[in-house]
Design a protein around this ligand. Structure first.
Ligand SMILES: Nc1nc2c(c(=O)[nH]1)N[C@H]1C(S)=C(S)[C@@H](COP(=O)(O)O)O[C@H]1N2
Ligand SMILES: [Mo]
Length: 256
């Protein structure tokens, strides 16, 4: 009797072990990257801090090869700012463009396009994902935002970098703007891009300067950047949520 009970216990244990093994192989089939992608896919539901705990601090966005380039990098949102000052700059090939960098920095200054292009550059082929459901792979060249920060020296109280753009978004003339935190600002792939696919950045894609923040969604990548402002809070700027679309209800941290 005793041995029968023992046998049954052994059988149960074996069955459980087999079931467990089946379960495990099921998990194995769901590859690491697949579950990670799924997890990140639900990023909107994760808080910003939770997501930051999942990703290593310096994680790089995936980079691609020339063979992966999209035949055309489409334009979205503004494609030609309805702004006389911008139009005058564009008509003159942006030779009079000056990028103003100020706010909570030791050395506020401005940069011409030539000055930006004279700084060390970075080139990266990345995928751009728009919330509207399209993606495109493009080759970007620009100066790392970090190179500018080294020159203007952010004050220790600076927590965000705000990008002010040339394009008015409504009848009141509300300009597009965006913001990122200092971690993304110093990230190696965060660029002020002036070239796309080995050609000067087209107006439809943000000429003369547009931001690349490769670990986030498309709306974070401000086009037509005229001014960069370092701040300690976002509440006092425009609608107070850190960006034009954020003021309409989008997430501030648009991680992908
Ligand atoms: N100044 C400005 N920046 C902007 C936008 C815009 O309308 N104005 N649209 C955003 C959105 S939603 C996306 S998907 C990308 C589109 O970039 P693209 O025109 O190069 O495709 O720019 C982002 N940056
Ligand atoms: Mo977008």
């Amino acid at each position: 009797m005793g041995s029968q009970r023992n046998n049954r216990r052994h059988f149960l244990r074996r069955a459980l072990a087999t079931g467990g093994a089946l379960l495990l192989s099921g998990c194995d089939q769901l590859s690491r990257s697949e579950w990670f992608t799924k997890l990140l896919g639900s990023a909107e539901k994760l808080s910003f801090s939770a997501q930051r705990q999942l990703l290593p601090r310096k994680a790089m966005a995936q980079e691609f090869t020339e063979a992966d380039l999209s035949p055309d990098f489409r334009s979205n949102g503004s494609d030609n700012p309805d702004n006389p000052a911008y139009q005058a700059l564009a008509a003159n090939g942006f030779v009079d463009y000056r990028l103003q960098v100020g706010g909570l920095v030791a050395h506020p200054r401005e940069y011409s396009l030539d000055e930006l292009m004279a700084l060390p550059s970075r080139t990266q082929i990345t995928r751009h994902d728009c919330v509207e459901g399209w993606s495109a792979i493009g080759k970007w060249k620009g100066v790392q935002l970090g190179r500018l920060l080294e020159q203007v020296k952010p004050h220790p109280s600076a927590r965000f970098v705000v990008f002010h753009c040339a394009d008015p978004m409504d009848d009141l003339g509300t300009p597009y703007y965006e913001s990122i935190d200092m971690e993304d600002a110093w990230h190696a792939q965060t660029l002020l891009a002036y070239a796309l696919n080995d050609a000067p950045l087209p107006i439809k894609n943000g000429a003369p300067i547009r931001v690349r923040v490769e670990r986030q969604l498309g709306y974070k990548m401000a086009k037509y950047v005229m001014q960069i402002q370092l701040v300690d809070r976002l509440e006092t700027i425009a609608g107070g949520k850190g960006g034009y679309w954020e003021d309409q209800g989008y997430e501030w941290y648009a991680g992908i």
